[in-house]
Ligand binder design. Structure first.
Ligand code: G6P
Length: 586
């Protein structure tokens, strides 16, 4: 959460470089943003609430600047709470990603010493604490001492207009330094740096970098100098553009056939290697968050049914409480689009300490999870810009399907069906189908609740459908296992309650029809996502029977329904309220 980017060098358009970087990092948070540049011995500041979009800045020309795009944790969404935060003298500016968990007692002490706070953020304690430390020590030592007092997972960057230095420290959130000719960049993600240089330094936890005329790397704990290990990468920033589409969410839904084809046709070698690691492991665990977790859950069902293997799928933030089972022979497969989800990173770090092997299945080359892993598999879905994940989800499902079949003797048994699924998705986004879903969205837009149900591997589709609909339309949508309905949720079904029911041509069909009938008997409206029509459906959304590959297609109508519901309700489907694409705080 929160995107940070800084520049120090010979160029005089620091503010513009920072603004361009922030536009790249906006996926990390978009409730407010701010930029500072060094102006003489003080700081010029420009802060705003709302998304950056195509904003401009009128800050003066400068050779040092830094900026931040925020996802609020402490303090509401106001200009005052937007970063950067200054000290009392307005010579220091601080950017922060994370949560300073002990900010309250620190703030109280600083206020008692006479410091005036201008915001409600935890971040501002950093500005004043460093200012206070400066009375007795140098700039870098002041930052180090302050940072070491913070509890929680944090990254901060401090600009000192007087010494013309930047100091960045991290413990948790990512920070990457780019080194060009007589110039330096620091950002939360390499994509903001790569247009200028490909010589990168990935800061590790408990490291601090001082950027003056030269760069120095310091161990935050001991204060000793470290030798920077620069990496020259050949990564290209993949550009995403909307093409003919109005939003990234629908564009990325349209990208899905291409993603499926790419994985089906090009991943066999990588799948074989990964299948070997799973065969060799004693205990395989999938961990993931959000949409990625629903892909992991699908994986657990696929592995059981197709490969006859037991794997555990855990919500990453809960894995901390299940990790007692880990040994040196355990294999943890982390699924993450961004590769930066802190809920996934933390258990991976602990698993690593226990000697377990780690596989990263991620869309982000060079991300924290990618770098942590022993084996890496890139989703190759291309940049996913909409916060609601669609094509990265499909990519994970495609990989898990291939893996399950590889463990059952080879991927050939499923590849034709997967390629067929790609063609089916192309048909599903035909104008006629889109119009039908738009009509359905119109009728659902007035509802307060929607329920989505599935059994077996389709439970993962039901849960993901509910997430997709609720996160962009803000309609309460609850996904549940068909069998669980009668254990409570059926109490909420009344005349007109819409229920989306997944009914593929598998062993769950008859039981799901019974569940749908129970809902119908209580006045509920049944929207059946199925290969064949049934008299109890009020609406039938046809999805061809493609065997196990139906998993790839049956989610698509729900993705589109979410999109159309967001439009119907006048919301931005690409940047839903309160969410961010990369969640780097707990
Ligand atoms: C956030 C995003 C979700 C995503 C989840 C996990 O909550 O809004 O769309 O599924 O994080 O993200 P990851 O990048 O680890 O897949």
């Amino acid at each position: 959460m929160c995107g940070i980017t800084c520049y120090k060098g010979q160029r005089t358009d620091a503010a513009q470089i920072v603004l361009r970087g922030l536009k790249t990092l906006e996926y990390r948070g978009y409730d407010s943003w701010g930029i500072v540049v060094k102006k003489g011995k003080t700081i010029a500041i420009d802060k705003h609430t709302g998304k950056i979009g195509d904003a401009t800045t009128t800050l003066p020309s400068a050779t040092i600047g830094m900026g931040h795009t925020r996802w609020a944790t402490h303090g509401g969404v106001t200009v005052k709470n937007a970063h950067p935060h200054l000290d009392c003298t307005k010579t220091l500016a601080v950017l922060h990603n994370g949560i300073i968990e002990n900010f309250a007692p620190l703030k109280e002490k600083l206020q008692q010493k006479g410091h005036t706070f201008r915001s409600e953020t935890d971040t501002e304690v950093a500005s004043h604490l460093i200012e206070d430390n400066l009375k007795t020590m140098g700039f870098a030592s002041s930052v180090r001492k302050a940072f070491n007092e913070f509890s929680g997972l944090n990254a901060i960057i401090v600009l000192n207009a007087s010494s013309q230095e930047l100091v960045a420290s991290k413990n948790g959130s990512p920070l990457i330094v780019g080194v060009g000719k007589d110039e330096f960049f620091i950002a939360s993600d390499a994509s903001a740096i790569l247009p200028y240089t490909n010589k990168l330094l990935f800061l590790k936890d408990n490291e601090m970098v001082i950027v003056g005329d030269k760069l120095q790397l310091i161990d935050l704990i001991t204060g000793t100098k470290l030798t920077p290990n620069y990496e020259t990468v050949d990564w290209k920033v993949e550009e995403a553009n909307l093409g003919k589409h109005a939003h990234y969410m629908i564009k990325e839904i349209y990208d899905q056939p291409k993603v499926i084809r790419n994985i089906t046709q090009n991943y066999e070698g990588q799948i074989k290697i990964l299948a070997e690691s799973i065969r060799a492991a004693r205990g395989t665990f999938f961990i993931a968050a959000g949409t990625a977790y629903y892909a992991a859950l699908a994986g657990a069902y696929l592995f059981s049914k197709i490969a006859h293997r037991h794997v555990n799928a855990a919500v990453a933030s809960e894995f901390n409480y299940l990790e007692d089972f880990l040994t040196r022979k355990s294999l943890i497969i982390a699924l993450s689009q961004s590769g930066e989800t802190i809920d996934v990173i933390e258990p991976l770090q602990r698993a690593k300490k226990k000697g377990s092997s780690i596989v990263a299945i991620t869309n982000s080359l060079g991300s924290s999870i990618y770098r942590l892993a022993d084996h890496k598999l890139l989703l190759g879905a291309g940049p996913e810009k909409a916060v609601a994940s669609t094509k990265a989800y499909i990519a994970k499902l495609a990989i898990l399907l291939l893996l399950a079949y590889e463990l059952d003797g080879g991927i050939k048994k499923i590849t034709d069906q997967m390629l067929h699924a790609a063609r089916e998705i192309e048909k599903m986004v035909s104008p006629k189908n889109l119009r039908a879903l738009q009509r359905l969205a119109k009728t659902l837009a007035t509802k307060e609740h929607i329920y989505t149900l599935g059994r077996g591997v389709s439970l993962s589709s039901a849960l993901e459908a509910a997430l997709k609909i609720k996160e962009v339309s803000y309609i309460h949508t609850e996904g549940l296992a068909g069998g669980e309905l009668k254990h409570g949720t059926i109490a909420l079904i009344s005349k007109g309650t819409p229920c989306i029911v997944f009914l593929p041509n598998d062993e769950t069909y008859d039981a799901m029809i019974s569940n749908a009938t129970e809902i119908k008997a209580r006045g509920g409206i049944i929207i059946g996502i199925s290969f064949k029509n049934n008299p109890i459906f009020n609406e039938w959304i046809k999805v061809e029977d493609l065997g196990a590959a139906t998993l790839l297609t049956q989610i698509v109508p729900a993705q589109m329904l979410g999109y159309f519901l967001a439009l119907e309700k006048g919301y931005d489907p690409d940047k839903p309220r309160n969410l961010a694409k990369s969640v780097t705080v707990k």
